[in-house]
Design a protein around this ligand. Sequence first.
Ligand code: FCB
Length: 453
Amino acid sequence: MVQATYHFPRGFLWGTATAAHQVEGNNTNNQWWKWEQEGHTDGTSGLACDWWGGRWREDFDRAAEGGQNAHRLSVEWSRIQPTPDTWDEDALERYRTMLRGLRERGMTPLVTLHHYTDPLWLVEMGAHSTGSGQGWEIEAVIPLFEKFARKTVEALKEYCTLWCTFNEPNGYALNGYVGGGLSGDFPPGKNDLKLAMQVQSNMIRAHAAAYRAIHQIQPEARVGIALHYRAFTPHYGWSPLDRFLTKNASMILNNIFPMAFSNGVIRSLLGTVQIPEAKGTQDYFGLNYYTRNRVTFDLRRPETMFTGAFFADDSDFSDKKFLINEPDGMFEGLKWIVRRFPNLPILVTENGFADAEDRVRPRYIAQHIHQMWRAVNFNWPVKGYFHWTLVDNFEWEQGWTLRFGLWALDEHTQKRTKRRSADLYAEICKENGLSSEMVEKYCPEVFDKLFPV
Ligand code: FCB
């Protein structure tokens, strides 16, 4: 049997990713809390993983003991700026303590400023004036985000130089504004592709403003966004229509942001928008990759321009058939970045699988990390990997029904239980590589795929 190790470059970042609303608990002042109370989600976030109550300490210990040398977390805007005219210095101090906690454990922090949640006052802004839209639909949000970014970076800069302005702004816009579309139902639950594009362009402009503000405050900062990349394949390869819809889906979901960053212009079937200030505003590319969809013409879906996205029945499914295990898409996503931005450092800012029984996750991890290794061996500048996620947490519209953690959580008792994947990932982090022994031990069923003779 082959014995070998896929090694990663020295200094590679290995971590997990989390988001404030999903782990902190009691985030009562944002639009997601309200959405949960209105009954749109499968359960409510409640105490979540109780990080705001201090349990981040024990979870950071778990990460550090598992060999992780980095962690990605987000700050909650509605805590830092509870009303348009007030800053909560205690909340900022609490985040400083958490970041210091990471440093003390030898972990590099990556801080996301916006991970899906908005203060209630922000989303209600403009809601009552006629016809102008609300929240991220209107331009007035852009300087407000910049102000929030300035305040936060000023407060946290002692502990962090790696910033992510937005997590999945494409996911935020499409899930919130194309109901029943390519993915789940997020607030505000609208159904208007044009508005989704407007929200994306406002977020791009806010990112560009924050990018410059952060560099003013901290010249050595590295600033980027974490983009959701969805791999798409035409269901019927011979069908020009399926091929066209696949291209269009990829355009709308994947390509808007990269286009703005490379050309300062976004072009789609819905029109052209000039955003010259966005050009070149990335110090790294953050890739969130999970899965691949098949795409076909679907008459029942006018809201998505008749695009149906689905998984084949014989796929390697996650719980609730929410995702499938498609490791090739990871390589494809990395290639898609390198082609557009040949020298830009890349961080895999999220990758993971919902699997309460931890049946598929070990092979999902091994196979995806193997694909990332292939990319590294083309000398593509992949610098780190953040697994989603450390401990089961509140999974947005799916509530507590999807379990992404290396550690299981009983949200009623707050008890954590280690899954085997945590051990596999710890071995990978400590080795800075993936070995044949690990694959044999944790997922022998894919041994021949990963170490062919
Ligand atoms: C990503 C989100 C993250 C988490 C994972 C499962 O799209 O960024 O918050 O919900 O999916």
